[in-house]
Design a protein. Structure first.
Length: 160
């Protein structure tokens, strides 16, 4: 197994455990991440995973199809969770593409059907407008705002 395949297995196994620190450790310091909701760079990627892991109390994740070479890789993953803003159940199917640098993830791009996700997460509004750039921009703005306001949970006995 190529070292970058092992890296992707470590990443998704950490994701299954909601181990955001383990996930963040898989990224190059200059990494970029992109999906339908987020466009992030560097430390903001780790903060996003921490926010999603801490809020995803019922998150269940599976993955397969990992392939990687020296320079690029891919994986398929599925997440089942309750969307916190609406309380609606979501089953998201994602195709991930990666590039690598210095034995770490340099670029990470997750692709999924935004309309399918919006129908599940947002209900009737997602069904009606999930195909539109308007709703996607609104979700991106809400995601960016949520990440900017996110204050990680502090362990007991530790002051901020």
């Amino acid at each position: 197994m190529h070292a970058n395949e092992q890296l992707l297995h470590r990443f998704y196994q950490a994701f299954q455990r909601r181990d955001y620190a383990g996930m963040a450790a898989c990224y190059h310091p200059d990494a970029t991440f992109e999906d339908a909701a987020f466009h992030l760079q560097g430390p903001a990627i780790g903060k996003m995973w921490r926010m999603l892991c801490e809020r995803g109390h019922d998150l269940r994740l599976s993955y397969d199809g990992i392939q990687a070479t020296e320079h690029s890789g891919s994986a398929n993953w599925e997440a089942r969770y309750t969307f916190s803003q609406t309380g609606r159940p979501v089953h998201n199917q994602v195709r991930a593409r990666f590039t690598f640098q210095d034995g770490l993830i340099r670029t990470h791009h997750d692709e999924f059907s935004f309309w399918r996700w919006a129908r599940q997460a947002l209900g009737p509004m997602g069904w009606l407008l999930g195909w539109s750039g308007f709703l996607q921009r609104k979700v991106q703005a809400a995601a960016a705002n949520g990440l900017a306001r996110f204050q990680p949970a502090t362990p007991a006995g530790v002051e901020r």
